[in-house]
Design a protein around this ligand. Structure first.
Ligand code: EPU
Length: 337
């Protein structure tokens, strides 16, 4: 068990927000993780969990102990109709997608190029191009922070919703995700319903999972900035859910508004479109700005901090509210608000 002191986390979050952690540990085994958590308990250090840092808004200082689970195991087990992938929380999500797709396994190919670690994926139930993690997730292994006890949760128990799960609600701050089990399949099951994806694979009659993953990568690279080049955390706002009646009213005034009716009486609107309509695409406000190709992504040009980012985000949300009467909510998690 190694615990480092005064660790700079500015390179450990894709928004590159300045953040100094009082202590930091990246345990690679369940035993090391348990010992690290027990030490934090003994010393009374508050624990903050960090994954790939691609969906968090970090404060300038983090007291206590930051734990980044670094469990790296990966293995496959065969079942009569499918293949289970067992993956440690520290495995990079995109690496997992490309590895399983290259082996001809279907299930998560639409989720290529989503940054972050496997352990963070269930927290916000990552989703893209008509697929969510919840669609293939079989079970999640967690360790209780207070006791070090390991438990398994079924997908149903995780209470997944749109960018939501039990890990954001009831279990927030009380467990650490240590392993995922995903249900993949060798039976072709391409899900190409989402806009440009089918168009991109039009010349391929029987696409492979790898071909779909590569098409997704190409689409994402066109619209979304590479955090290595321009700091960002993907979508900054959630796509708002409104009642069907409200959506119908907005559509009267804005007939071209993208809208996606959901089960349960709600319609999902496109936050990127709403921001774009306010003329904010490509705008810059000091150290932060709205990405020029995708209005849902806020970018950090350098030299800013979380407070500055929240000011820019509030300005954008206020513009959208004034024009459309609805309030956008940030998607990344506010750590130590
Ligand atoms: N749109 C605009 N202007 C913009 C951006 C979008 O008019 O600047 C319109 C598009 O033309 C389209 C609609 O808004 O009609 C939706 O846009 P897009 O298909 O790009 O998807 P999105 O709703 O902006 C969501 C996810 C992304 C995910 C994509 C693809 C959320 C918050 N975001 O974005 O997830 O990759 O769909 O499935 O649900 C992430 O969470 O970090 C993320 C990138």
């Amino acid at each position: 068990m190694t615990i480092f002191s005064n660790v700079d986390l500015s390179a450990a979050n894709t928004l590159r927000l300045p953040c100094q952690a009082e202590r930091f540990a990246a345990p690679t085994t369940l035993t090391a993780l348990r010992q690290t958590l027990a030490e934090a308990c003994r010393k009374g250090w508050p624990v903050t969990l960090l994954g790939g840092g691609s969906n968090v808004l970090l404060p300038e200082t983090l007291p206590g102990l930051v734990v980044r689970p670094a469990l790296q195991q990966y293995w496959l087990s065969q079942r009569p109709g499918d293949v289970l992938a067992h993956v440690g929380a520290g495995v990079n999500w995109h690496t997992l997608v490309m590895t399983t797709a290259a082996r001809g396994l279907w299930g998560i190919e639409n989720l290529a190029l989503i940054p972050g670690s496997c352990g963070a994926a269930p927290v916000q139930n990552i989703g893209a191009y008509g697929v969510e993690l919840a669609d293939t997730l079989q079970a999640v292994q967690v360790m209780e922070l207070a006791t070090g006890q390991v438990d398994w949760l079924s997908s149903q128990q995780c209470a997944f919703g749109y960018r939501d799960s039990l890990f954001k609600g009831e279990l927030a701050g009380s467990v650490v995700i240590t392993q995922l089990v995903l249900r993949l399949s060798r039976t072709p099951a391409p899900r190409l319903g989402y806009g440009d994806l089918a168009a991109r694979l039009a010349n391929s009659l029987t696409p492979t999972p790898l071909a779909v993953a590569e098409a997704v990568c190409a689409i994402r690279r066109e619209k979304l900035p590479d955090p290595q080049v321009l700091a960002n955390a993907g979508s900054f706002f959630k796509n708002p859910l409104v009642s069907h009646q409200w959506a119908a009213q907005l559509l009267k005034e804005h007939p071209s508004m993208p809208h996606f009716p959901q089960e349960g009486g709600q319609t999902k609107l496109a936050a990127g479109w709403l921001i774009d309509q306010c003329g904010l695409k490509g705008m810059r406000d000091g150290a932060f700005g709205v990405h020029q190709h995708q209005a849902l992504v806020l970018v950090h040009f350098g030299g800013g901090d979380r407070q500055g980012l929240m000011k820019t985000a509030d300005y954008i949300a206020a513009q959208v509210e004034a024009r459309f009467g609805l309030r956008l909510e940030p998607e990344p998690r506010l750590v130590n608000p």
